[in-house]
Design a protein around this ligand. Sequence first.
Ligand code: C2O
Ligand code: CU
Length: 554
Amino acid sequence: AKARHFKWEVEYMYGAPDCLEHVVMGINGQFPGPTIKAQAGDTVVVHLTNKLHTEGVVIHWHGIRQLGTPWADGTASISQCAINPGETFVYRFTVDKAGTYFYHGHYGMQRSAGLYGLLIVDVEEGKKEPFQYDGEFNLLLSDWWHKGVHEQEVDLSANPMRWIGEPQSLLINGRGQYNCSLAAAHNGNGSGLPECKFRGNERCAPNILHVMPNKTYRLRVASTTALASLNLAIGNHKMLMVEADGNYLEPFWVNDFDIYSGETYSVVFRTDQNPANNYWISVGVRGREPRTPQALAILHYQTTTASKLPTLAPPKTPLWNDYARSKAFSNKILALSGSPKPPLINHRRIFLLNTQNRIDGYTKWAINNVSLTLPPTPYLGAIKHGFSNAFDQKSPPDTFLSTYDIMKPPSNPNSTYGNGVYMLKFNTTIDVILQNANALNANVSEIHPWHLHGHDFWVMGYGEGKFSKKNIGKFNLKNPPLRNTAVIFPYGWTALRFVTDNPGVWAFHCHIEPHLHMGMGVVFAEGVHLVGNIPNEALSCGLTGKMLIGKPHK
Ligand code: C2O
Ligand code: CU
């Protein structure tokens, strides 16, 4: 195993993600940030310097469990203090498991601003993946607004709330096309947009994947969208799903697949189509009425010229509200045989009701009627050093009223702010039942992809309506997939199971950035007394900053 060192500077800079010039967050002048490549067992060391002039920054390593290094999780107010302008924080952690991961800002809405990149972990030297391929490509998917994130933050926190709307563009590896289409020959693929004209080398020119005929390729796909649920297809090519969130799947063939924010997948496909043509890779919106054109990339058979546009129309994205199709796909995702199995019994079951609410007229999201607001002192240091006045000492509720009607808008929409913690007993098995409900408007229930830090969980099952005891008997105990992100469908529930074997404080939240911003998350803590020495830089704010830094530790 090696140590891989990186020196990064985060800054605002001009970019043109969808051909229009806008401010983006960059790392070392790059947007998206550099791709980290490592091997399982390696130590990644990132010296992160904040070159922003007026705001803090942190970076979260999404999908990396941070075993033994909870202070390197990169969540402001949870695992560390935000890094101040001009300051440097060293993230040092091991990447213990091969897989497809990514990283992103976890302070304010910096992920929406473009602070993200890929983190690819290969298998250890001499080890093999349970599938074969001749080459690989990475696609990092995101969505993009022309309005800057500071305005978006103000909009979302306004009274009345001003909704940010649908993204202007979808980006593949940071590239999209606004107000023009690569597929104009096909009527802009339904959009009717005129043809994009490229002279070459534009920063928003399409991604081209160069392949040879009759080979097998691995495509790693990660979604760090702020809002959009996506679907990806490659014209004429079937794909074999093999990996999700850094865990192997029982392989299955698809023509297209859904990917929610916070998820990653690997697929393998064979270049067995007519080598005289090129083919579109299309990415479109699902789960919300699409107002954003598909993003396109080109699969280029090197037996023809790269500039030859595909003759076939880009694959159509399945209907946005065909939830039966989405559920059928989610239910096909199962662990490869031989994967770790869940414990058969759980010690605690936590029900989390997802509702949209109001607090003093402001629109919020709440979990069991508590809307999360992060405290000034990060939880990890506060709990480890026993600062009991750093956050609400009352634990948030483990359940919600059994009479709550999830099919209707809340009868009393008023909610409360809170920053309490679910204190989980170390080395126990926890079930979480995520329960979806109607939002504030009648007949609206949204998709929420929930992401857990510090862990993978088993997805024990999905269901419709309100969860009931009899659903427990239908949990998949045999081959549930291990993931770090799982979606709840409109008016449905999702059951998860995990073991509290990683001392630290871990965020669990909806990965839709505006939803998190409006309070849609909870905080779990486990075995914090077992956490080693937290670096001073992670403690230098709030009560830990005042009481510990500059004073001798005891
Ligand atoms: Cu990728 Cu807390 O998120
Ligand atoms: Cu959400």
